[in-house]
Design a protein around this ligand. Structure first.
Ligand SMILES: NC(=O)c1ccc[n+]([C@@H]2O[C@H](COP(=O)([O-])OP(=O)(O)OC[C@H]3O[C@@H](n4cnc5c(N)ncnc54)[C@H](OP(=O)(O)O)[C@@H]3O)[C@@H](O)[C@H]2O)c1
Length: 350
């Protein structure tokens, strides 16, 4: 019998769900034993139900699992959720109330006062909300969320910078890949040779989630970070990889070289704990003037690092730079898996 911890994937047939299945193949701690989705696919074998869009085949151990409905009677304690936001809210709550650890990608509970929104390199102490959540909701399980795929790279870079230099203002423009819209996502005739300067709800998510992630756990909830974030989000004809042009104003003075060295040498809790999905270095600071680029750099560190380039002075704020990362790996499924690894390392899964 496997000594691994059995886990389930809710929304296992979707774009994020498939990424969970792929990333959990051969995971040293977790094994997918349950897959669940909507009425459309439940009852079928996973290999038949899914329209598989990954570049490697459906893992053998998962292909013949029967797709179950998303009801809290799965034989596992941990569920990863890639559920459509239209249904995630209630389903995730039902699972948490029934005693499951729910690691969610959906927007529904990210801003709930007692739900941790965690990037392990930035705010692992926010997992302290779990006992609060259990008391508030009289539940034995819990919900833990990860950031929206655009917030992820911004907040991951700003977290350490804020602790060291105190951020006063942030301005960010994103160029977001089509895979961020799920499958089939944006129609090809809308996006090919085009830029769409609107992604519903995205700018609001980036602006508030960043302040929660960089906020302070006060024992009961999170006090939001005090600085303003202004985001402009665009959809571009890129398959995978969100690129972000960022400008920041800092309270403490530093130089371009020191900022680059600071990020290059930064190591967080997941690196110290050597969590299996943690990138060796959270940030890859690129020297070439024209990098990072999604086509060439998106899979660096198995898609789990944030790539940083073009750090330079800003004539309006203090510094500007480019961030890029894999939106369905570090920006979605990989982030949830790293959060689950952190929970195990922090003793929550005992
Ligand atoms: N794509 C990204 O880069 C990304 C990044 C971060 C966060 N997210 C978030 O992650 C979530 C999933 O996104 P996605 O792009 O993977 O979407 P998707 O490809 O549309 O997949 C949605 C999944 O939800 C299931 N589902 C739909 N209605 C259901 C119902 N009534 N009951 C149970 N399951 C149901 C679908 O199952 P069926 O196949 O059976 O219909 C499918 O497995 C969303 O909340 C999204 O905002 C996405």
């Amino acid at each position: 019998m496997s000594a691994k911890i059995p886990v389930g994937v809710l929304g296992a047939t979707g774009a994020v769900g498939q990424k969970f299945i792929k990333l959990l193949e051969d995971h040293p701690w977790f094994e997918v034993t349950e897959v669940a989705a909507s009425e459309r696919t439940s009852g079928k074998l996973y290999g038949e139900a899914v329209s598989w869009k990954q570049v490697t085949p459906v893992p053998e151990g998962v292909r013949d699992l029967e797709v179950r409905p998303c009801t809290p009677d799965l034989k596992c304690r941990i569920v990863f959720s890639g559920l459509d936001a239209a249904v995630a809210g209630q389903i995730e709550e039902d699972f948490a109330r029934a005693g499951y650890f729910v690691l969610s990608n959906s927007k529904n509970h990210r801003l709930d006062e007692d739900v941790p929104l965690v990037i392990p390199e930035v705010n692992p102490e926010h997992m302290g909300l779990i006992p609060v959540q259990r008391r508030n909701r009289k539940s034995t399980g819990c919900m833990v969320t990860n950031a929206n795929c655009t917030t992820m790279f911004l907040a991951m870079a700003l977290g350490p910078i804020h602790k060291a230099f105190t951020i006063e203002k942030v301005f960010m423009v994103s160029m977001q890949a089509v895979s961020g819209a799920g499958y089939p996502g944006v129609p090809s005739l809308d996006i090919l040779g085009n830029v769409i300067p609107f992604i519903s709800g995205e700018e609001e998510k980036v602006e508030i989630e960043t302040r929660k992630i960089l906020g302070t756990f006060n024992g009961k909830t999170i006090d939001l970070a005090g600085f303003p974030v202004s985001a402009q989000c665009n959809r571009v004809a890129v398959e995978d990889g969100h690129t972000e042009s960022v400008s920041i104003k800092l309270a403490r003075k530093t130089t371009v070289e020191d900022l680059a060295d600071f990020l290059r040498n930064y190591s967080g809790v997941p690196q110290k704990l050597q969590l299996p999905s943690a990138p060796e270095q959270p940030f890859i600071v690129m020297e070439a003037k024209d990098r990072p680029q999604p086509r060439f750099d998106v899979n660096r560190s198995r898609g789990m690092a944030t790539l940083v380039g073009r750090i330079r002075p800003c004539s309006i704020l203090d510094f500007k730079f480019t961030l890029m990362g894999h939106n369905t790996v570090r920006g979605a499924a990989g982030a949830s898996i790293l959060n689950a690894e952190l929970l195990k390392a922090q003793g929550f899964l005992e």
